[in-house]
Design a protein around this ligand. Structure first.
Ligand code: F3S
Length: 426
């Protein structure tokens, strides 16, 4: 692959151990991705803390971080921390009341927060958003055309499709530290055009329609870039939902909603003036099948409810607070958001409303990411395709008996208040 003279010097170790390891990582990643050079990043980056890479061979010990931080090293571009520290994250706020061992234990929480790593990173400029939805808390976003290195299902399409930034699903310490990423995929204009047109029988308008459509589009399109042509103008919540679900059913880094997303004023623009390779009609029966696939339960008894995949924005938190005020949940009920929004929601009085209603307000991670729900719970209701899929798909309970109910936010709140499921595809 082509490397600049400066990149070659880094690779040869002339700039020190950490830049060499980062360059080796980016060169190997480029080989895997088919990138022939690196691109200079001018947007933002995020990575899963405290990892220096998600590949063990490229992890380095904390002593090296101490050295470079003491020498004044700084991330090359605005950089955010994805989810709470430790693998899959731990709860940042509300952990004491989670009832989920060991995350509710003070000693574990202290260890999991990885404070020394985080202090060193913060000294180097890391902003600890601690969320899969960094874009909700970042307060600073890439502008159209800026090259980024992001992660996470809801975030990468948010960067590409919603903001017009350019990112693959490859945020890493190396990219944030050197300000470079392999040049492939969504960095290249030609790859950003839609190749599949997705039509739907019904006009996609509600949150659950966006969520179910996202999963169906992910399964159908896999890595392709779709253009969705029969939808309302998506809200922030609906973008979050579609992105997350599309990256569960498949791996969608970019899509277009002609008339809504910035690179698609029209369908012709979305297609780059070419004919689509495929045109797909997702009819109501297809959506219903997708909904039913994400619902796998025997009876109607619900033992826990979890909302906040991806992490909830303030408008959704307000809606939930309004629906819960003066009522009482019959079952454990987790409500999850981003740490900064947690504190804002606290100031707005939502946390008290949640707690008075018997719910637990949490930030920083989620059941799917930390690998489960409290012992003894065998029936979970969620309003996110991703959570429904991963909670047992990736982390089956011991005897594979977890019942999963998937529906609207209202269906889930109703289930929490009644202890029973009344949701159905509408
Ligand atoms: Fe975020 Fe967990 Fe969902 S990490 S996207 S809330 S599975």
């Amino acid at each position: 692959m082509y490397l600049t003279d400066e990149e070659k010097r880094m690779l040869a170790g002339e700039k020190g151990f950490v830049p060499r390891l980062c360059m080796e990582y980016l060169v190997e990643m480029s080989g895997v991705a088919g990138a022939e050079r690196l691109v200079e990043l001018d947007g933002t980056a995020d990575f899963h803390v405290p990892f220096t890479a998600m590949v063990p061979h490229y992890e380095f010990p904390i002593e090296e971080l101490r050295k470079i931080a003491a020498d004044g090293a700084h991330f090359a571009l605005p950089t955010f921390a994805n989810k709470g520290p430790c693998y899959g994250g731990t709860f940042v706020d509300g952990w004491e009341a989670s009832g989920y061992a060991p995350h509710d234990e003070p000693d574990y929480h202290e260890r999991a927060m990885q404070r020394e790593w985080m202090e060193l990173y913060i000294r180097m400029g890391l902003i600890t958003t601690y969320s899969c939805a960094i874009y909700l808390a970042a307060s600073y976003w890439p502008t159209p055309g800026q090259h980024c290195a992001w992660n996470e299902s809801s975030a990468v399409p948010y960067c590409n499709a919603v903001l017009g930034g350019r990112s693959n699903i490859d945020g890493s310490f190396a990219s944030a530290f050197l300000g470079k990423a392999p040049y492939y995929g969504m960095h290249i204009t030609e790859n950003r055009y839609a190749t599949v047109v997705i039509d739907t029988e019904r006009k996609i308008q509600t949150d659950i329609e966006w969520d179910v459509l996202g999963f169906a589009v992910g399964e159908e399109c896999r890595l392709a870039v779709p253009a969705l042509i029969h939808t309302g103008k998506p809200t922030t919540t609906q973008y979050q939902k579609f992105n997350t679900a599309a990256n569960t059913g498949g791996s969608i880094a970019m899509y277009h909603v002609p008339g809504s997303t910035p690179e698609a004023p029209t369908l012709e623009f979305a297609l780059g003036g070419k004919k689509p390779k495929r045109e797909v009609m997702i009819d109501d029966a297809w959506l219903k099948r997708t909904y039913e696939k994400l619902n796998y339960h025997k009876g109607d008894s619900v033992e826990m409810v979890s909302l906040g995949c991806p992490h909830l924005n303030l408008v959704d938190l307000e809606k939930i607070a309004r629906k819960l005020e003066g009522r009482k949940s019959k079952v454990p009920f987790w409500i999850m958001t981003v740490p900064t929004l947690y504190h804002q929601a606290e100031q707005l009085g939502y946390r008290k409303i949640f707690e008075d209603a018997g719910a637990t307000f949490l930030s920083g991670t989620c059941p799917g990411a930390i690998g489960g729900i409290p012992d003894g719970v065998h029936a979970l209701a969620v309003d996110a395709a991703k959570q429904a899929y991963y909670i047992s798909g990736l982390f089956p309970d011991e005897d594979n008996t977890l019942d999963v109910f998937y529906g609207t936010q209202d269906d889930c709140i109703d289930a929490a208040l009644a202890g029973r499921w009344h949701g159905e595809w509408r």
